[in-house]
Write a protein of this length. Structure first.
Lengths: 111, 117
């Protein structure tokens, strides 16, 4: 059974600081996703990582994938208040679009 | 990106009644769609895989007689919560993917917030 573990589950940080969210998964996969969810809203796709060593950046967020270590990271650079949200990593192990989610990281950035 | 639309966005119903939620892929065809449930401050839990033209596949612990799924066309899947109870109150989200080799991304509907009173 696939397990997707995120840490930390909750993160409170000051604006301007850097931090990393980690996502470990238990079964081999080369499809990993990062999503953002604001309160009361659905998911916003941030990154799609499809190969070992993949690195993608958008603004202050950068995601990477190490399929050998079964690890993905979401790095936040110089955080701003607008990045406060819950971030989910998710994995598709069978390439069948059936996505299993981690528990999410609630990020709270203090102004 | 591709668009997946859910309807309604929110619904309030009385205990014992049934509620139908629609999930449509607006600009692509999807032979499979997925239904998730999310309780407050929790993650998304996969409920079932909706298969066009055949029976849905339910995850362990999900009652198939309570959560009826119909996928009658390549652009529409419906989830019916039958004999709803307050514990069924949740945020229900569907997803679908164009499924091309160059586009492995799944797209999510805007979600349906169900409140059973």
């Amino acid at each position: 059974e696939l397990k997707v573990e995120q840490n930390p589950l909750f993160l409170s940080m000051q604006e301007g600081k850097n931090y990393t969210i980690y996502c470990n998964y238990s079964t081999t996969s080369d499809r990993l996703y990062w999503y953002r969810q604001d309160p009361g809203k659905s998911l916003e796709s941030l990154f799609v990582l499809l190969s070992n060593g993949a690195v993608k950046q958008e603004g202050r967020l950068m995601a990477s994938l190490d399929t050998k270590a079964r690890l993905s990271t979401l790095h936040i650079t110089a955080a701003v208040h607008d990045l406060s949200a819950t971030y989910f990593c998710a994995v598709d192990i069978n390439r069948d679009d059936k996505i299993i989610f981690g528990k999410g990281t609630r990020l709270h950035i203090l102004p | 990106g591709a668009v997946v639309s859910q309807h309604p966005s929110w619904v309030i119903c009385k205990s014992g009644t049934s509620v139908k939620i629609e999930c449509r892929s607006l600009d692509f065809q999807a032979t499979t769609m997925f239904w998730y449930r999310q309780f407050p401050k929790q993650s998304l839990m996969l409920m079932a895989t909706s298969n066009e033209g055949s029976k849905a596949t339910y995850e362990q612990g999900v009652e198939k007689d309570k959560f009826l799924i119909n996928h009658a066309s390549l652009t529409l899947s419906t989830l019916t919560v039958t004999s709803a109870h307050p514990e069924d109150s949740s945020f229900y989200i569907c997803s679908a993917s164009p499924g091309t080799l160059t586009n492995a991304e799944a797209f999510f509907g805007q979600g349906t917030r169900l409140t059973v009173v």
